[in-house]
Design a protein around this ligand. Structure first.
Ligand code: GRF
Length: 208
């Protein structure tokens, strides 16, 4: 399968996915990395691995042309089957979501629907988790729909929170767990092991 990864930051999830591909755990290849930031960890990693980078939004492209160009690059140029959001910090236009129905995943650093939605991203999520006093947080992989953080959940992983943990402690524990969870879900997606039940819920089937 052909993948596009969207990332704005360090790109550690992107790296985990690329490593899983290189190890033969995911049957796919990353055709293109899309980033709003030139020179972030994700774009540097992509360049080092011979993966083309696309800037979106690109400040040098007129606003009304940018999305059309992105869709064309993903579709015609790269033949992308699945879009993986991995710490992409910009707005995803509804047209893009509609172009990849049941074909776009995101990873969120908490147990949705808790600690999700607008205003819940980055370290902010972990600060809210610590402030709330919950004893467990985690990571959620979900399909992307037009409502922010509301797409169908595919898989979650739990991470314990100790009352002594700082938001930074929680962030690093969650991130480590993300690096196992996201590649596992992407592997299942690429193998056709995610089944949509009649009630509209996606589940990972263990039997092929
Ligand atoms: C992760 O915590 C992910 O859950 C969130 O953004 C962060 C990206 O980290 N959506 P990285 O760039 O993959 O290191």
């Amino acid at each position: 399968k052909k993948l596009a990864v969207f990332a704005s930051g360090g790109g550690s999830n992107f790296k985990a996915i690329q490593t899983a591909i290189e190890d033969g755990r995911i049957n796919a290849r990353v055709q293109v990395l899309v980033s709003d930031k030139a020179g972030c960890g994700a774009t540097e990693f992509a360049s080092a691995h011979g993966i083309p980078c696309l800037r979106y939004p690109d400040p040098s492209v007129e606003k009304d042309k940018g999305l059309g160009r992105l869709l064309e690059e993903l579709g015609e140029t790269h033949g992308v089957d699945y879009v993986l959001l991995a710490g992409y910090m910009k707005f995803i236009p509804p047209e893009l979501v509609r172009s990849y129905p049941r074909e776009m995943l995101n990873i969120h650093p908490a147990l949705l629907p808790s600690f999700g939605g607008k205003g819940c991203y980055g370290m902010n999520v972990h600060e809210k988790v610590v402030d709330s006093g919950v004893r467990f947080t985690g990571a959620t992989v979900h399909f992307v729909n037009e409502e922010y953080d509301k797409g169908r959940i595919v898989a979650q992983a739990c991470v314990p929170v100790s009352p002594e943990d700082s938001p930074e402690d929680v962030a690093s524990k969650v991130l480590r767990r993300e690096h196992e969870l996201y590649p596992d879900v992407v592997a299942a997606l690429c193998d056709g092991r995610i089944v949509w039940r009649e009630d509209g819920k996606p589940v990972i089937s263990t039997v092929l």
